[in-house]
Design a protein around this ligand. Structure first.
Ligand code: KMH
Ligand code: ZN
Length: 320
């Protein structure tokens, strides 16, 4: 008798991705947000040791924590992480609001990681609602202005940007994609590129739930809808993962895991470990989701298992 969907879901291994620092939050919001190279690297290594198989990285200025696309900073992080772990490294191509697509893609050309993000659309991605909470307490000059910029400047990934990535970036570097879908329409964009042969399965897709400007983080109306739509449009070779922004993080990620998803946690997505409790490092969030998965009888994937699930080129073929 064929296995039921529930049996298949229990038999699979769950990929834990940890997004270590991102570009949405700023140092004033948490003393634990890593931005020096030492803190980013140590957080990443500890997250790996706690169970994360994939580490997703952005770069920050070592003194101010401002987002930057400097490939030499990325090089320092990934070289040091590679010395201590076997992690799959997924570098951002979204970068931060205000960076050009050329700046954002440069790091992939230089370092040629196993994975990088590919954002499936241009969206309003608002950090400005966080301003009033921290007004008058800013640690650094750039923070308020950066958050304010998100009110008028979208997070860009137009069709030309996506095609540049699908047509050239992969050929030049062998890097595969973690596709980021912030809404239902993005799944149709991905299906279009799959149908014309520019996206090559297996597909790794991240449902980004609960950002300001993206789809909400509710389970029945949105997570189920995203999953069913992806199922209908994208064929069988899909590895889907869920991340939740802010307070939604652990709940929506847990719901996703029960439904058959992989999971992403990390201080890029939420600064908290629980209600009113800041996470002191990324490893705490990884350990928490790992505990929840274990209680649900779900096993987690090693980095080598991720490589085979996602068809990655291997650590020996990166340029760092
Ligand atoms: N900031 C996340 C919601 C990227 O880095 O390209 C999405 C993200 C995108 O991680
Ligand atoms: Zn990111």
């Amino acid at each position: 008798m064929a296995a039921t969907k529930e049996e298949v879901s229990l038999a699979r291994k769950v990929i834990i991705t940890c997004a270590v620092t991102g570009a949405s939050f700023t140092p004033t919001m948490s003393p634990y947000l890593p931005y020096t190279p030492d803190d980013i690297v140590n957080n990443a290594i500890e997250a790996y040791q706690a169970g994360a198989a994939v580490l997703h990285l952005h770069a920050r200025h070592p003194e101010t924590g401002a987002p930057t696309a400097d490939p030499e900073l990325f090089r320092e992080y990934v070289t040091r992480i590679k010395e201590k772990t076997n992690a799959v490294i997924s570098l951002t191509t979204g970068g931060a609001t205000g960076q050009t697509i050329e700046e954002r893609l440069n790091v992939i050309k230089v370092l040629q990681p196993e994975l990088c993000t590919c954002n499936l659309g241009t969206i309003n991605y608002g950090g400005f609602p966080m301003i009033p909470k921290y007004q008058g307490q800013w640690k650094f000059d750039w923070e308020e202005e950066f958050l304010e910029l998100t009110r008028r400047e979208p997070f860009t990934s137009n069709f030309a940007d996506i095609e540049t990535m699908l047509k050239y970036l992969t050929n030049e570097t062998g890097t595969r994609f973690e596709f980021e879908a912030y809404d239902i329409g993005h799944l149709y964009t991905l299906a279009y590129y799959l149908n014309i042969g520019l996206v090559k399965p297996p597909i790794f897709i991240q449902f980004v739930m609960g950002t300001m400007g993206g789809i909400g983080a509710d389970i029945i109306d949105n997570l189920v809808y995203m999953h069913q739509t992806a199922d209908r449009l994208l064929g069988d070779e899909v590895q889907w993962s869920v991340l939740g922004s802010g307070r939604y993080q652990m709940n929506i990620v847990t719901a996703g895991a029960i439904m058959g998803s992989h999971v992403r946690v990390g201080l890029e997505d939420s600064l908290y470990l629980g209600k009113g409790q800041l996470a002191e490092n990324n490893a705490q969030q990884v350990a928490k989701i790992k505990r929840i998965l274990t209680e649900l009888s779900l096993e987690t994937a090693t980095s080598d298992e991720v490589r085979s699930m996602l068809g990655l080129k291997g650590l020996e073929n990166v340029a760092f």
